[in-house]
Design a protein. Sequence first.
Length: 335
Amino acid sequence: MILVTGGAGYIGSHACAALASAGHEILIVDNLSNSRRSVIDELAVLSGVRPLFVEGDIRDSSLMNNLFRKYTVKAVFHFAGLKAVGESVQKPLEYYDNNIRGTLDLLDAMRRASVKTLIFSSSATVYGDPERVPIPESAPRSATNPYGRSKLVIEDILADLYGAEDDWRIARLRYFNPVGAHPSGRIGEAPQGIPNNLMPFIAQVATGQREFLNVYGNDYPTPDGTGVRDYIHVMDLVEGHVAALEYLRNAGGLLTVNLGTGQGYSVLEMIKAFEQASGRSVPYRIAARRPGDIAQCWADSSLARELLDWKATRKLAEMCTDTWRWQKSAAMFNQ
Ligand code: NAD
Ligand code: WQD
């Protein structure tokens, strides 16, 4: 059985779908601070088997110890955490507590139970403002906000742990910009309130829920002046996790890889692609740069290809079509 922390969330729920397709049994622990219980019902429909679900917090040590005693867990996919960059600046202690202490508590419970295989959600945010693109895993790391610092610290904790106890098998997966949704339209990204990220915002403009998109800056040193990012379909991303699990099973060790496509798209290119996929127009206005944003960021994705025999295959049109299918059903649900 695979324990999935944060398995009701955006990426975690898609990972559960991919794990179920690969024949794994799943136990989800999620405190539902940023997700809905109904996701579990959708996962049951998608995979034909209802995943075990426990509503709870990974910082609740007695709960976690009990779970490891009760179930035979082979590996942990660790998605639980807070992820909003701006909020992390306002609430640093909450972010450090949830992300760093949460991970420490999880590791402690894992060690007590002798469960030593962990797949951790890191982020391209650990590259800070990159010196060059594409970004290899060896690039210097830095943090510009508490969210990013929490990922840096956890990466270091995991390296220290592996340095001290080399029977651990640990993957630190650095995600670029996950977008899209399961092709069924049953699960997807459901941000609370005003979306921070580009793709959910565009999708809400396309449905008419929001009037227009603010494009944060058109004076960056990029081909059209708007920010360039490596958008990766969430299904590709989670399949990369299943490949990482397989890798750890065979090779063990401490694995650090980028999960991206290796290709960047600008904000204006994203708007255009979404308009084509949805048949709707996405009005926008050029606004000031968003503080803390970088000009461009995309992955050197060659290491994942070499080590995991995995690469992202879904193109931008599919990312937009799948987001749109999900957004239409989410909009209906919210009416
Ligand atoms: P999400 O908010 O949709 O999912 C996180 C889930 O964890 C939520 O369901 C939330 O309720 C749960 N959770 C939070 N704190 C918890 C706790 N203490 N105990 C139990 N459950 C808890 O976010 P996501 O986009 O699915 O991100 C998953 C992971 O991937 C996060 O660690 C995030 O930092 C990382 N990541 C995300 C992105 C992205 O752009 N979405 C990029 C890079 C890395
Ligand atoms: C993408 C581009 C914006 C919204 C963030 C986190 C990062 C990672 C993924 C977790 C940028 C522009 C956006 C809008 C816009 N998360 N934009 N109007 O900033 O690359 O990364 O999410 O680890 O840590 O920082 O993603 O989707 O917010 O922005 O013009 O309303 O879209 O300026 O160029 P970002 P994003």
